[in-house]
Design a protein around this ligand. Structure first.
Ligand code: PLP
Length: 384
């Protein structure tokens, strides 16, 4: 099948894989070994990668902590900050359309005695700053609002959110797992205190990520992983040199190639949208203006979700109906935008990227036109 599920994970760029291999073979040293050249060269590679990750987002390399991915970064940020600052207050604000690794972590904090507000997004998927400000309390210690949504690709106003949080002395955490290489991030200007990154959504390997932890003004965290005191005590465990080198190279390439790539990807996405809109009763989910060009999320009215996914097996996409799970729950993100169960179920998330071609797009459009037509002919709900 043609791969159009770049927000689930991206292929590893071959240039990234080439960079990683020597660190699996000859350069196998432990970066924490201080007494010989094996350790020194591994440590140098880790520090070069740290600088590459920092450079993409305008951070100081000392503000980058290695983790196993965005799930761990979100856990470390939220549990770490909530527990460090719990004597200041116990209220946390997030949004109903956050990734599960934020929502379930906040739920767990609620079980431990914290209180949480889950903001409703507007119909276009964006949060309202007025609503955010109204939700802030004197005992609010932490706000967690993502940069790019994984299902609908909308871009939240993180500069404004940061201003508001800083003004009120609230820590701001932002999950940017889906944002690197897609939108410009400059942490020198943004008032974000903690930011989550992962390699495998940006052409790097799975199983490695990072957490940005601001130094000025300094943000403190309680460690969640205890042991050898790696990463300045914030995250113990031997660093996976080859993974880290891969993430560094992936982020270096993103920084170099992003501007050239975005126009091409937007043209492909617009071609996809135009083609699909030629089908009747098709609805785009999420704001089209404040959105990354890599994402198109579309609901096809009058077709049944499961049948639709079965019918388009020749393209690898994600569906708004969790047909792999036993629950048959429609996407909670689309439901939060006010979409009906039916439209949430019959939605498809197309996410494209570096290796998508025009002929991939044309194939997908033709496939959808044919299959949606056929399914509607069979549907009692569709009357023409
Ligand atoms: N946050 C967002 C917005 C994501 O899209 C993902 C990916 O599924 C994650 C967090 C989890 O990332 P990881 O697979 O690196 O743990």
């Amino acid at each position: 099948p043609i791969y159009m599920d770049y927000s689930a994970t991206t292929p590893v760029d071959p240039r990234v894989a080439d960079k990683m291999i020597p660190y699996l073979r000859e350069q196998f040293g432990n970066p924490a070994s201080r007494s010989h050249a094996y350790g020194w060269s591994a440590e140098a590679a880790v520090e070069e990668a740290r600088a590459q990750v920092a450079a993409l987002v305008g951070a100081d390399p000392r503000e980058i902590i290695w983790t196993s991915g965005a799930t761990e970064s979100n856990n470390l940020a939220l549990k770490g900050a909530a527990n460090f600052y719990k004597t200041k207050g116990k209220h946390i604000i997030t949004v109903k359309t956050e990734h599960k690794s934020v929502l379930d972590t906040v739920r767990e904090l609620e079980r431990q005695g914290f209180e949480a507000t889950y903001l409703e997004p507007q119909d276009n998927g964006l949060i309202s700053l007025e609503q955010l400000e109204a939700a802030m309390r004197p005992d609010t210690i932490l706000v967690s609002i993502m940069l790019v949504n994984n299902e609908i690709g909308v871009v939240q106003p993180i500069a404004e959110i940061g201003e508001l949080c800083r003004k009120k002395g609230i820590i701001y955490h932002c999950d940017a797992a889906q944002a690197t290489g897609k939108v410009h991030i400059n942490l020198e200007n943004l008032k974000v205190d903690l930011m989550t990154f992962t390699a495998h959504k940006t052409y790097g390997p799975k199983g490695v990520g990072a957490l940005y932890v601001r130094r000025k003004p300094r943000v403190r965290l309680e460690a969640q992983m205890h042991g050898g005191g790696h990463e300045r005590g914030l995250r113990s465990g031997t660093l996976p040199t080859h993974q880290i080198v891969g993430m560094g190279e992936a982020f270096r390439l993103a920084r170099e190639e992003m501007d050239g790539e975005l126009g091409r990807i937007k043209a492909l996405r617009d071609r996809l949208a135009k083609g699909l809109m030629e089908i009747e009763e098709v609805y785009i989910n999420g704001d089209m203006e404040h959105r990354v060009p890599h994402n198109l999320n579309v609901s096809f009215n009058f077709v049944e979700g499961e049948s639709l996914i079965m019918a388009v097996k020749d393209i690898a996409v994600s569906s708004g109906s969790a047909c792999t799970s036993a629950s048959l729950e429609p996407s909670y993100v689309l439901r939060a935008l006010g979409r009906s169960d039916e439209l949430a179920h019959s939605s498809i998330r197309f996410t494209i990227g570096r290796f998508t071609t025009e002929s991939d797009i044309d194939f997908a459009v033709n496939l959808l036109k044919e299959k949606v037509g056929k399914l509607r002919e069979l549907s009692p709900l569709w009357e023409m």
